[in-house]
Ligand binder design. Structure first.
Ligand SMILES: C[S@@+](CC[C@H](N)C(=O)[O-])C[C@H]1O[C@@H](n2cnc3c(N)ncnc32)[C@H](O)[C@@H]1O
Length: 492
C-alpha cells in the first residue's frame, strides 16, 4: 500500500481556529491527515497555548466523526521559548473550545508530569509534544510519556527544524529518528512524525515508508497546503487590520470632520473677533483723532491764554504807569493847592500891605484915566498909564487874576466905573478866588476823569497825554503873555 494524499481530503479542510500564535499553522493540513490515517482512540497534546494545533486535531475529530478522546495539557502560564502570559489566554480558549469540543475533549491545566497519572500506560495512540523546546525538556517529555503510548502509537514533535535560542528538538529528533520509523517536514519550523507503536496502522506505515520521489511530492504538497493556510491567515489578519484601519480611519475622518467643523466655528469666531477688533480700531482711531483735535484746541487755547496773559501783563504795566501818572498829577494838584494857598496869602498880604494902600492914588489916577481921556489930557495920562502897566504891582495883580492883560484892563475899567476903586479891588479879588476855584476844580475833574477812564489802548492814553500837554502848554503860554519872567518859574 502506498500513500496517496487524495485519500485524505480532510487535508484541504479550512482550519476554524487561527490565532496570532502562527508557528503551527503550516502543519494543520497534516494534523487533519494523521487523524484520518490513525483514527486514534486517545489523543494528547503537551503544550497547547492558544490552541491553534489542538483545535485543528479536535476539528478533524468533528469533521471525520472519530471516536477520539482528546486532552490538552498545559500550565497556561508559558515558558522561556513561547513567553509567559496570563490567565486570559486559557479563559479565551475555554470559551472557544467548550462550545465546540467539550463532548470529547478536555483542557487539563497542569504540568506535563502531573498529568501522567491521569493516563494508563499503553493507552495513547497519538501524542503531540510541543512544550519547552530545549533538548532536555523534549527528551524528558518523550521518555516520560513513551510508556503511555499504545501499540499504534505515533509521536509528533514540533520545531525539529529550529536551530537557535537553545532549541534542542532537532537534536533529540536526530537521536530518536535512528530507532523508529519516521517522517519529517522541514517547513513550519519542522514537524517530526515518529511511529513508536509496534503495530501502527498500515496507512501510517505507507506514509512513513514512501519512496523518495513521493516524499518530495508529499512534502511539497503539505508545505503548499500549509503555506496556503498561513497566507490565508495573513490575509485574514490583513483584512482584519484593514477593517480596523478602516474603522480607525473612519473614526479619524469623523474626528477630522469634528475638528474641521470646530475649526470652522473657530474661524467664524475669529472672523467675528476680527470684525469686532476692526470696529474697536476704528473707534480708537476716532477717539485718537478727537483727542488730536482737542489737543489742537488746547494748544490754541493755551496760546490764546498766553496772549491774554501777555495782554494782562501789558495792561497791568500800563495801569502801573497810569497809577504813577495819577500820583504825579495828585502831587501836582497838591503842589498847585499849596501854590494857590500861598498866592491867596500873598494876595491877602498884598491887599493889607502898605504899598497897596499907598498905591491907592495910582489906582485912582488909573480909574480917572478914562474920564481924563474924554477931556483930551491923554498924553501925560498915557505916560502914567504906561508906568502903571509896567509896575510890578500891576503885573502881580494880573498874574493873580490869571486873566489876560486885555481882560484885566477891560474888567478893571469896568469895575472902576461901576464900583469905584475900592469896589473894583474887592471884585477883582473875588474874580481871582473864582478863577482859582475854577482852576482847582478843573484839575480835580481831570484827575477824576483820568482815574475813572478805562483806557482801552495806547492811543487813548497818548491822546489824553497830548491833550493834557496842550492844556498845560496853553496855560503856560497864557501866563507867559502876562508875566514871562514870573510864570516861567511856576509852570516850568
Ligand atoms: C510552544 S507552546 C505550544 C504551542 C501550541 N502547540 C500551538 O499550537 O501554538 C508551549 C506551551 O507549553 C507549555 N509548557 C511548557 N512546559 C510545560 C510543562 N512542563 N508543563 C505544562 N506546560 C508546559 C507552555 O505553558 C506553553 O503554553
Amino acid at each position: 500500500m502506498s500513500f496517496n494524499p487524495l485519500n485524505y481530503p480532510i487535508c484541504f479542510e479550512k482550519p476554524q481556529r487561527l490565532t496570532d500564535v502562527t508557528s503551527w499553522h503550516e502543519h494543520i493540513p497534516f494534523a487533519f491527515t494523521i487523524m484520518q490515517m490513525l483514527k486514534p482512540k486517545i489523543f494528547i497534546e503537551l503544550g497547547t497555548h492558544k490552541g491553534d494545533s489542538y483545535c485543528a486535531f479536535c476539528q478533524a475529530v468533528n469533521v471525520l466523526g472519530l471516536d477520539t478522546a482528546c486532552y490538552a495539557v498545559d500550565t497556561w502560564e508559558g515558558d522561556e521559548h513561547s513567553g509567559f502570559y496570563g490567565s486570559e489566554i486559557l479563559e479565551e480558549l475555554k470559551t472557544y473550545h467548550d462550545s465546540r469540543y467539550m463532548g470529547f475533549s478536555q483542557l487539563i491545566q497542569s504540568l506535563f508530569e502531573e498529568a501522567l497519572d491521569y493516563f494508563s500506560d499503553g493507552s495513547i495512540d497519538l501524542i503531540h509534544i510541543d512544550g519547552c523546546h530545549t533538548y532536555n525538556a523534549v527528551k524528558h517529555d518523550f521518555e516520560a510519556w513513551l510508556p503511555k503510548m499504545s501499540q499504534y502509537g505515533v509521536v509528533l514533535f514540533h520545531d525539529i527544524n529550529v536551530h537557535e535560542r537553545e532549541f534542542g528538538v532537532w537534536k533529540f529528533w536526530e537521536e530518536v529518528a535512528e530507532y523508529y520509523p519516521c517522517f519529517e517536514f522541514k517547513h513550519g519550523y519542522g514537524l517530526g512524525v515518529l511511529a513508536v507503536g509496534a503495530e501502527v496502522p498500515e496507512e501510517v506505515l505507507a506514509f512513513l515508508n514512501m519512496e523518495e520521489q513521493e516524499v518530495v511530492t508529499t512534502t511539497k504538497l503539505y508545505s503548499y497546503l500549509g503555506d496556503k493556510i498561513a497566507l490565508g491567515h495573513q490575509l485574514q489578519v490583513g483584512d482584519i487590520q484593514i477593517t480596523e484601519i478602516n474603522s480607525a480611519m473612519q473614526a479619524r475622518d469623523t474626528k477630522i470632520n469634528e475638528i474641521n467643523s470646530a475649526m470652522q466655528t473657530r474661524d467664524t469666531n475669529i472672523t467675528e473677533l476680527n470684525s469686532t477688533l476692526q470696529a474697536r480700531d476704528t473707534k480708537i482711531n476716532e477717539i485718537n483723532s478727537a483727542m488730536q483735535t482737542r489737543d489742537t484746541n488746547i494748544t490754541e487755547l493755551n496760546s490764546t491764554l498766553q496772549a491774554r496773559d501777555a495782554q494782562i501783563t501789558d495792561i497791568n504795566s500800563k495801569l502801573q504807569a497810569r497809577d504813577g501818572q495819577i500820583k504825579d498829577l495828585e502831587t501836582t494838584i497838591h503842589q498847585n493847592k499849596i501854590s494857590i494857598q500861598e498866592k491867596q496869602a500873598q494876595v491877602a498880604q498884598l491887599l493889607s500891605s502898605k504899598s497897596w494902600r499907598w498905591t491907592y492914588l495910582l489906582r485912582l489916577i488909573h480909574s480917572s484915566f478914562f474920564s481924563l481921556k474924554s477931556l483930551r489930557l491923554t498924553a501925560p495920562l498915557k505916560w502914567i498909564h504906561s508906568k502903571i502897566l509896567q509896575s510890578k504891582i500891576w503885573r502881580f495883580v494880573v498874574i493873580l487874576s490869571k486873566k489876560s492883560p486885555r481882560e484885566i484892563w477891560a474888567l478893571s475899567n469896568m469895575y472902576l466905573r461901576l464900583y469905584g476903586i475900592r469896589g473894583a479891588l474887592v471884585q477883582i479879588t473875588k474874580d481871582i478866588d473864582t478863577q482859582q476855584r475854577f482852576d482847582r476844580k478843573t484839575d480835580v475833574q481831570e484827575i477824576a476823569n483820568l482815574q475813572m477812564k478805562n483806557v482801552e489802548d495806547e492811543d487813548d492814553w497818548q491822546v489824553y497825554q497830548t491833550q493834557s500837554q496842550k492844556i498845560a502848554e496853553a496855560k503856560k503860554r497864557e501866563y507867559n503873555k502876562i508875566s514871562p519872567k514870573s510864570t516861567q518859574n511856576n509852570l516850568s
